[in-house]
Design a protein around this ligand. Sequence first.
Ligand code: LIP
Length: 267
Amino acid sequence: MYSEIKKQMPSILEAAGEIVCSASHITDCITAKAGDANFVTEYDVNVQNFLKEKLTALCPGALFFAEEQENDPLTDAPTFLIDPIDGTTNFIRGLGQSCISVGFYVNKKPVLGYIYQPYARELFYAYAGEGAYLAKNGKTTRLSRADVPLSGSLSAFGTDPYRKSTTGAETMRVAGELLARSLDIRRTGSAALDLINVAAGRCDLLYENLLSPWDFGAGRLIVEEAGGVVMRPDGKPLPMDRPSPILAGAPSACAEFLSEIGYRLND
Ligand code: LIP
């Protein structure tokens, strides 16, 4: 099923990636959004509009749940969850660590997931029940991440920066606990990049106090199809219809997180 989407997505994402990589005068087109340090650029909107145009032609009638628009609640209808530039602040600063994330959901369940890292020209994708893959330099590799304990993990965390004035202390508590128990910790500034790093075994765990469905819509499927687990950091299932705290990674590392570190925010 969805063979035409599967066939066309790589070229659509490559073209979207060109919008990101060819951007110029980015600092001239920034708008502040609600919260601390939350920005959107003209390029986020351009990529989102480009993707909506191409995906509407590819899948007429599909709905969109995307970061840079007002969204109706997620329904059971076929829906694309889009973060046009995940890691917007990285994009603004030229850090080269941003991704384009597109998940395709039906009945609020992940069917297809795509994350394109345009600077590295790496396309990560997964089809539900059919595995996760990395396509790069004309070669496609199936992803199968090892199970490792926290002591053998490189642990990534996000800083929930748009709410740092209220959740920053908990973020740093968890980061300190992860540093004490893991090989080391990492913070990339892009949740989608963190999730593909977990799927590829480059990292082994991701924790963040709060992400939106467009941040993790594609990445959760890619991690799960690569042999990882994804949940809330209290062990409950990750909801797809609202922002949520997230824990993703190797099963053993995540189990230790639940028993040794835990989650203390009320949401
Ligand atoms: C960002 C995430 C990042 C998280 C930020 C924000 P954006 O996405 O990728 O990991 O810490 O809160 O959600 O806003 O750059 O698309």
